[in-house]
Design a protein around this ligand. Structure first.
Ligand code: GLC
Length: 395
């Protein structure tokens, strides 16, 4: 195992950049030469296993560009390069966010070095980001967080967004790209004012985003408690409970959670790895989780392919083992499923996912994603997310 640990660190060190005193890691030097929100959280989690000082720098660089509203942008262009395929309407950062796994990354670091002064330093950022999501992204106080663009989910082309984008389930990459470019123009038209954008153009309450948010709240309440911020702690914990209830009421059907869209919470009934995301926030009962594992995760028509876990199951009409977020395995989604399974005590299944992740990297290297049938590497090269296997090695 040491070799895979060494390789993971090697990629992170090679992809490390320092600009104007800010230290961060680019996910892939050629394909993704900027700082990204959830990528940075993944980097911090990986780095916490080697050097907590570097993990902290990564997160501090990220929050240094937090907006006054509390929003943390999903991309920071420390050095403006040529790769900018989309214009998000600002010079130095994008204008949308990504799943809130920052608190969890902070917690990983704290578990390693028990440095309370770092918690003190980063807490105001975590808190204002959380409050931003709870208010701006939930204008009707229904306790679900909305996203205004598929890219905010981190799973840009996922079939969960076909319906809200008005796309036919079977379409070309170009059609997908064009429809998302159009949405960016609409997001600009509503000036990224989230309530207006959501009401008029795209309003998805996504299962992974909301599950990660519940996890974020539960983690943040532990941090608040440690720092003696009792009022905050209560506020945060209450919001976690409200969100859990709302997810159950609005998203749960036939044993799984579905993302919803529009004002009336229409369920998007396409099966993806997202059904496993609620495991990280204890949203399933033990019985439900058992069924989820036996009926879906271990089902060879769905998610139990040669390499696990495909982002879309084999028996979905839209399954494409070579499509972007439409079938291939990503190590970050594997990491979420792994963590969720550990949460419920499914260690055998969790170990299988860890082993599958390691097998993919051994076979095809640190690639962006992998074909679940053949294990072939796809997309970006020297991609950092494979390093998350380091966090799966001991539980
Ligand atoms: C792609 C992914 C997104 C990620 C980014 C940088 O856009 O869909 O999740 O943050 O690349 O790695």
């Amino acid at each position: 195992m040491t070799d895979i640990k060494d390789q993971a660190l090697d990629i992170l060190l090679k992809n490390r950049r320092v600009t104007n005193g800010h230290q961060y890691t680019v996910p892939s030097p050629k394909s993704y030469p900027y700082q990204w929100l959830w990528d940075s959280a993944f980097h911090a989690i990986i780095l916490s296993h080697f050097n907590t000082a570097d993990a902290k720098k990564e997160l501090l660089s990220l929050v240094s560009k937090q907006f006054e509203s509390g929003m943390i942008p999903h991309m920071i262009y420390w050095v403006k390069g040529e790769h900018l395929s989309r214009d998000w309407g600002r010079e130095d950062t994008s204008t949308i966010t990504q799943p809130p796994i920052l608190a969890l990354a902070v917690w990983h670091i704290y578990e390693k070095d028990q440095d309370k002064s770092f918690l003190e330093q980063i807490y105001p950022h975590l808190m204002s980001y959380t409050k931003y999501l709870l208010t701006h992204r939930d204008p009707r106080s229904n306790h679900l967080i909305g996203i205004i663009n598929p890219d905010e989910s981190g799973e840009d082309d996922s079939p969960r967004f076909d319906l809200p984008l008005g796309l036919n389930p079977i379409h070309t990459d170009e059609e997908n790209f064009q429809s998302r470019l159009k949405l960016i123009e609409k997001n600009k038209e509503c000036k990224f004012d989230t309530a207006t954008c959501m009401r008029n153009f795209f309003w998805v309450k996504d299962v992974p985003f909301n599950s990660i948010m519940v996890n974020n709240l539960l983690t943040l309440s532990k941090i608040a408690e440690l720092l003696g911020k009792n009022e905050d702690k209560e506020f945060i914990a209450n919001n976690a409970q409200d969100m859990k209830k709302a997810m159950r009421e609005k998203m749960f059907e036939d044993g799984v959670f579905y993302s919803t869209y529009n004002e009336n919470y229409k369920k998007i009934k396409v099966n993806t790895w997202a059904i496993f995301a609620p495991l990280i926030a204890n949203l399933y009962t033990k019985e439900e989780a058992k069924r989820l594992v036996s009926e879906h995760l271990n089902n060879s028509n769905e998610f139990a392919l040669n390499y696990q876990v495909p982002t879309v199951p084999k028996n979905e009409a839209v399954f494409n083992p070579d499509g972007f977020w439409r079938g291939p395995v990503w190590i970050a989604t594997n990491w979420f499923v792994y963590r969720g399974l550990i949460n419920y005590g499914f260690t055998k299944e969790a170990d299988q996912i860890r082993d599958s992740s390691i097998a993919l990297i051994k076979k095809s290297g640190f690639r962006e994603h992998f074909n679940p049938d053949t294990g072939e590497g796809q997309g970006a090269h020297n991609f950092t997310w494979g390093g998350l296997v380091v966090d799966m090695l001991d539980h």
